[in-house]
Design a protein around this ligand. Structure first.
Ligand SMILES: [Fe+2]
Ligand SMILES: [Fe+2]
Length: 278
């Protein structure tokens, strides 16, 4: 496995820990509970630029992760092996992700951003370091690329509302590719665990943990105030059953409720500290 610290980046890129983004105290601000991508939001363009930068670094890591899955495993069906067909799908995915890196980089320019303007967290690549290829497929292809489906649809609609055909078409084309990447994850998960219920259970639990992290703080949900909404139709095309989509709605709601409780507790702590200082 290639350690995350060894990923090739030039001096423009800034690394940040995923914990620091998820538990950023600014998320405790009531303004963080509004949809920052709504056209009425004062910071909508900055927020959209930040999200585009997140997509750009996510594409780089998706390329790195799929490439590693081609390289890290011997051929075979055991838990520490990967079948040839799976590696072929991952190679195909590398081709798509390399194109997505270029498209996202150019979209960043188009939106007035630059490489390194926002920090990069590396959870996607870290999920792609799982020693079991099936867990990589649930953590990366089903959870994180599933999130990419939701995010790309959000960005496509953002472009549509602004009458920006470049953003609209680019996101729509990438969205079509991501549906196939998630479907690869769904298909291989079913194929490789057909006689191994424990492996299926482990893989779905890993997926759930990753999904919950990225629903944290109300980033993704079904409400108006959630910037990113679940793209139900595209998820169905990608092999998610109706029950799985409902479960994801539940995970998002649970993560949002936990984030609100944490914020209330933090606000209480701050008030108590201030009272003590007085
Ligand atoms: Fe991609
Ligand atoms: Fe992808």
């Amino acid at each position: 496995m290639l350690p995350v610290t060894e990923l090739a980046r030039d001096a423009r890129f800034q690394r940040v820990r995923v914990e620091d983004t998820l538990f950023d105290p600014r998320n405790a601000n009531p303004a963080a509970q509004q949809n920052g991508l709504a056209i009425t939001s004062r910071n909508a363009s900055d927020n959209a630029r930040g999200l585009m930068h997140g997509i750009f670094v996510g594409e780089i890591q998706a390329l790195e992760g799929a490439g590693r899955t081609c390289f890290d495993f011997d051929l075979g069906e055991a838990r520490d092996q990967a079948p040839f067909g799976l590696k072929l799908d991952m190679a195909r995915q590398c081709w798509d992700e390399a194109r997505h890196v270029e498209i996202s980089c150019k979209l960043g320019d188009h939106m007035g951003g630059e490489v390194g303007e926002f920090a990069e967290q590396t959870l996607l690549y870290e999920a792609a370091c799982n020693p079991d290829p099936v867990l990589r497929l649930t953590g990366v292809n089903r959870a994180l690329e599933g999130l990419a489906i939701d995010v790309f649809k959000t960005m496509r609609d953002f472009g549509r509302i602004l009458h920006d055909p470049v953003l609209d078409f680019c996101e729509d084309w990438m969205l079509a590719d991501e549906v196939t990447h998630v479907k690869m994850g769904s298909d291989w998960l079913r194929r490789l665990t057909v006689n191994d219920p424990q492996r299926l259970k482990d893989a779905l639990e890993f997926q759930k943990a990753v999904d919950k992290l990225f629903s944290f703080g109300g980033f993704r949900g079904e409400q108006e105030q959630n910037p990113v909404h679940l793209a139900r139709h595209f998820r169905q095309l990608a092999g998610f059953s109706d029950d799985e989509i409902e479960e994801l709605v539940g995970i998002a709601a649970e993560a949002y409720a936990e984030a609100l409780a944490t914020q209330t507790a933090n606000a209480d702590d701050i008030r108590a500290e201030a009272a003590q200082a007085r």
